[in-house]
Write a protein that binds this ligand. Structure first.
Ligand SMILES: N[C@@H](CCC(=O)N[C@@H](CS)C(=O)NCC(=O)O)C(=O)O
Length: 301
């Protein structure tokens, strides 16, 4: 029997870069940070300036701003065209990823730039506490923060990586795609099950794992909070057409998304909110923004 070929990495990772050719983002991906052009950010008249795109990470902030009903200007950052690498955007987010927010009336009335969608959301919830989207009670706040971290460290990246291997990875990398889709798709199913079980009423945050202690929850704690707004866009992504491509099964069928009954009902409830519908359209520069070639637009909301 022939010995199985062993994978041996080259001495340095740079020798492998070529093998990423053909993925949708390979032309803009680099291992270094910093600006690639001198362009500065556009600025509107509101104190809050949002630089974003209608992806799930962008939608989180768009939804919260609409739910808060505060004034802001929203600027489309076309990540397919490399707008995230301008000097202006890098000044707001050294990691060159949407969304970024600049509050020109930040602490001590000084401008404050914020990167990371969840950090932006927590900042806005604290700046505008009237709607009580971030619980102040210590127990509820801790529960809320756990789900916020769960979202940012797990649900979002895992779903994004699943999407990468499902639709953006090079079409000829068959084994790599199978592996990536299986690995991240299984994780995504697990995350969906965690969410579904929470909404079904399992878990009481007193350590009674698996015990169904309450009835089904309408929102994350029956009250609608920042955790709902954070978790919603990536969960919804799996039942929209975002990862559907001709000749491939629909992602919702592929992952068996209909079996997450409580999760689906929760998505329906959130989708029904007018502010959420508006939030999903914030910075929607094109139906497939990552493929768009047009110049950035500025929209006054
Ligand atoms: N953890 C970040 C992730 C942001 C993120 O991944 N943004 C993507 C679009 S959804 C992006 O800007 N990608 C462009 C790039 O990586 O060059 C957040 O939640 O803000």
């Amino acid at each position: 029997m022939a010995a199985e070929k062993k994978w041996t990495p080259p001495p340095r990772i740079e020798e492998l870069y070529k093998s990423t050719d053909g993925n949708n983002f390979s032309s803009i991906n680099r291992p270094t940070a910093g600006p690639r052009s001198d362009s500065l950010l556009q600025r509107g008249s509101a104190t809050l300036q949002l630089y974003s795109l209608a992806t799930p990470n962008g939608a989180k902030v768009g939804i919260l701003l609409e739910e808060l009903g505060v004034a802001y200007d929203a600027h489309v950052v076309n990540i397919g065209a490399g707008d995230q690498f301008t000097a202006g955007f890098v000044g707001a987010n050294p990691n060159s990823k949407i969304p970024a927010l600049i509050d020109h009336d930040g602490p001590s009335h000084e401008p404050l730039a914020i990167m990371e969608s969840l950090a932006i959301m927590l900042y806005l919830c604290e700046k505008y506490p009237e709607k009580e989207f971030l619980p102040t009670d210590v127990r509820l706040r801790s529960e809320c923060m756990q789900w916020i971290f769960f979202q940012g460290a797990g649900q979002g990246p895992m779903t994004g990586n699943y999407g990468h291997f499902m639709v953006y990875a090079p079409p000829n990398k068959l084994e790599t795609r199978d592996y990536g889709v299986a690995r991240y798709g299984m994780e995504v199913q697990k995350y969906c099950d965690v969410l579904d079980r929470h909404l079904a009423g399992y878990g009481d945050f007193r350590g009674n794992a698996g015990m169904r202690t309450e009835g089904a929850r309408s929102f994350w704690w029956n009250n609608y909070t920042v955790a709902d707004m954070a978790l919603f866009p990536w969960a919804r992504m799996l039942r929209t057409k975002g990862y559907d491509r001709p000749g491939q099964p629909r992602t919702q069928d592929f992952l068996g998304f209909e079996k997450y009954k409580h999760l689906n009902a929760w998505i329906d409830r959130i989708e029904a909110r007018a502010a959420v519908q508006r939030g999903l359209r914030v910075c929607a520069g094109s139906p497939k923004p990552w493929l768009a070639q047009e110049q950035p637009q500025t929209s006054r909301l």
